[in-house]
Design a protein around this ligand. Structure first.
Ligand code: KG4
Ligand code: ZN
Length: 342
């Protein structure tokens, strides 16, 4: 039998407790995800302390379930890859401490993984990454354009200057009384409305790959406020369509512009908002027109999961990155610090 590498991936940066077993960086043997969404719904967003408590309660069973469904034992695992950050610090620490306990008990190396590197490598689980590529990361915590000329070579060429796109979705959803997380619901409503509110497109300076969504969010809130004051009807579907059109137009234009400027023929999309139907359709059309190959993971690999951490962890392991038992969670770590090839 050929030599195989088995990575145990662990992700607890926000509101999913997830553990995976990944073979050779690409094959998912298991990917167990325990979602806390129902607990956070009643607060309208993720409550960090509640998230930490759920991770503590769920992490041991999730590890056992991931190993069981992969039909492997800890002895067969080569290394434990765990999200180091960014994320909620208390939540990160639960995964990191569980990983450290396993590393110590079974004498296995521990591999710290940047959460966004994980989101990028979610693509690799379905279609091998080819380079150079541009990655558009759109999640609840991040909006970034990352240029990669090789495996584990991350150059951030643009990022949000204020709200992340998923955060803007969730906040706008709340203003029209949709439950958390609002992104998928706005996406659904957007298919039924019309773009009548003409919300702004925030381009920033010419040729900037940065993003800004707080102005758009305020424009939506102000518009709703005005309509309510005038006792005019608010058509939720139209709010959703108008908001989504503004977001999608800016994201698509900047992603394609970045591909063209960097002479890249492959665009990958990652993060929870990559499930967005409007964004998928718009990017597909634009990429087809420009001869760019587009890949977007299946929705279950777009949102937080440990399979993506195991996949990125595999390459970091092969590149020789090792954490130690002093490993700490970090909210402000830079993905460029995880660059392992020049
Ligand atoms: O990547 P993710 O699971 O967690 C973070 O790392 O942040 O992303 C969660 C975010 C939430 O803001 C959620 O509303 C958004 O992704 N989201 C969507 C859709 N599905 C999830 N936003 C817009 N359209 C969707 N279909
Ligand atoms: Zn994420």
């Amino acid at each position: 039998m050929t030599q195989q590498t088995l990575i145990l991936g662990m992700e607890t940066s926000c509101d999913e407790t997830s553990v995976s077993v990944i073979r050779n960086g690409q094959e998912i043997l298991s990917n167990t995800v325990l979602s806390q969404i129902d607990s956070h719904k009643r607060f309208g967003g993720v409550v960090p302390e509640v998230a930490s408590r759920h991770h503590v309660e769920g992490v041991t069973a999730t590890i056992e379930e991931a190993l069981d469904s992969a039909n492997v034992t800890m002895h067969e695992i080569d290394a434990i890859a765990v999200t180091q950050g960014p994320g909620l610090i208390g939540a990160l620490l639960i995964g990191i401490n569980a990983a450290k306990a396993l590393a110590f008990a079974y004498d296995k190396p521990i591999i710290p993984v940047h959460h966004i590197a994980g989101h990028i490598y979610a693509n690799h689980l379905e279609q091998p990454l080819t380079f150079p590529l541009m990655a558009l990361i759109v999640s609840g915590g991040h909006t970034e354009l990352v240029y990669m000329k090789d495996h584990l070579n991350f150059e951030v060429i643009g990022e949000t200057r204020d709200d992340a796109v998923g955060e803007a979705y969730d906040k706008v959803a709340r203003t029209i009384n949709l439950p958390y997380p609002g992104g998928p619901q706005i996406d659904q409503l957007a298919t039924q409305g019309q773009d009548v509110y003409d919300f702004p497109r925030v381009w920033l300076e010419k040729d900037s790959y940065d993003f800004s969504f707080s102005g758009l969010k305020s424009a939506v809130i102000n518009k709703l406020h005005n309509l309510r004051q005038k006792n005019e009807e608010i058509v939720e579907e139209n709010v959703a369509t108008s908001f989504q059109n503004s977001v999608v137009e800016v994201l698509s234009y900047k992603a394609i512009h970045a591909c063209k400027s960097y002479d890249v023929k492959r665009l990958i999309v990652a993060g929870g908002v990559a499930s967005n139907k409007g964004l998928r359709t718009s990017l597909k059309e634009a990429c087809d027109n420009e001869g760019i190959t587009l890949t977007i993971p299946s929705p279950s690999l777009c949102t937080d999961n440990a399979a993506m951490i195991g996949a990125a962890g595999h390459y970091l392991y092969q590149a020789g990155l090792r954490g130690d038992l002093a490993l700490n969670g970090e909210n402000n770590i830079d993905i460029e610090d995880f660059t392992m090839s020049k």
